[in-house]
Ligand binder design. Structure first.
Ligand code: PPS
Length: 313
């Protein structure tokens, strides 16, 4: 059962066209001290988002940009859809296209949150937001939160290439310029180190499960099983295997024109671990190692990231 992606592709295509007509310094705006792309987010939508009413069976996928949110989003939607399909009456009065919402909570129009109240099935909601900027009801109503984190050097590397490929984000003449911006809180959706440090406060909550990009890359079967069990979804071995297969990098890349339109070729880039080794200088390694050591290393999320394994040459 494939979800409609028409709205997603429309919004993204419009952002590409708008981004192409704008100057670099017009592309981002600031809300509560954090930068966001004007082609996707707005003050009005952020205000409307405060009225979002979470449900206890909502699945919130929280991940900083470039940590693999589209990948884990595919797994979550596939797990939920496969499970629901067995329970739900196939006769639907409304089409999938009418029910489609832009998958990221903070992107859409001001009416989105009203429409979302009427969605007749379990909602899978993606977000790049730090917890302090999420609607309070998510925590109050104990929605299930899957927190996805990736090693910061690969996040920066992926973000650099994406910023230079996608017109909705400011591009950078050199990697060195990007690195300075990444380390000085100039990124859309804010600083990754702030993000990790903020989410760390929730990492031990019972309704929060943390997963790393790297562990999923190493063992997708296990990752998919763990996610299914966190959501209380029980599927046959065969069904789980199909979810695993459909979430391979190869398969998602091949399907990306249908699922992501023009964005697909920019988003599904390498899908690997350690590409940072092709960009980071010795000095940049030292700078990031120091910030990680000072701010994240001794936290729960810091340990989970296995920095020594994935971020040391
Ligand atoms: S975005 O634009 O912020 O929402 O990007 P996001 O989806 O969070 O992250 C994009 C990176 O995830 C990689 N990706 C995958 N890796 C492994 N397997 C699968 N199936 C997969 N799908 C997406 C994608 O290639 C980006 O990483 P890089 O390193 O740039 O390739």
């Amino acid at each position: 059962m494939e979800k409609s992606r028409k709205k997603f592709i429309d919004v993204i295509d419009k952002a590409i066209v708008a981004g192409n007509t704008m100057d670099r310094d017009e592309l981002l705006f600031s809300y509560k001290g954090v930068l966001y792309p004007v082609t996707l987010c707005s003050l009005e939508v952020f205000r409307a988002m405060e009225s979002f009413e979470a449900r206890s069976d909502d699945v919130i996928l929280a991940g900083y940009p470039k940590s693999g949110t589209n990948w884990v989003g595919q797994i979550l939607n596939d797990l939920v859809a496969t499970f629901e399909k067995k329970r739900r009456d196939e006769e639907k009065s409304v089409s999938d296209e009418e029910l489609e919402e832009f998958p990221y909570l903070e992107i859409g129009d001001t009416e989105k949150y009203e429409r979302m109240k009427k969605l007749p099935f379990r909602r899978v909601i993606l977000t790049h937001l730090a917890p302090g900027n999420l609607p309070k009801s998510i925590f109050k109503n104990k929605a299930k939160i899957l927190l996805l984190i990736r090693n910061p050097k690969d996040v920066a590397t992926s973000f650099f290439h994406f910023s230079n490929a996608w017109s909705a984000l400011p591009s950078y003449e050199t990697w060195d310029d990007f690195f300075v911006a990444f380390m000085t809180e100039k990124m859309p959706w804010g600083s990754y180190f702030n993000y990790l440090s903020e989410w760390n406060k929730y990492a031990a909550d019972e309704n929060v499960m943390t997963i790393t990009y790297e562990e999923l890359k190493e063992n997708r079967d296990m990752g998919v099983k763990n996610i299914a069990s966190f959501l209380g979804i029980s599927l046959t071995g065969e069904e789980l295997r199909s979810v695993v297969e459909r979430s391979s990098f190869q398969s998602m890349k091949e399907n990306s024109l249908k699922t992501h339109g023009a964005l697909g070729s920019m988003l599904f880039r390498k899908g690997g671990v350690s590409d940072w080794k092709n960009l980071f200088s010795e000095e940049q390694n030292e700078k990031m190692d120091k910030v990680f050591e000072e701010r994240i290393a001794r936290t729960k999320l810091g340990a989970k990231l296995k920095y020594e394994v994935y971020c040391k040459a």
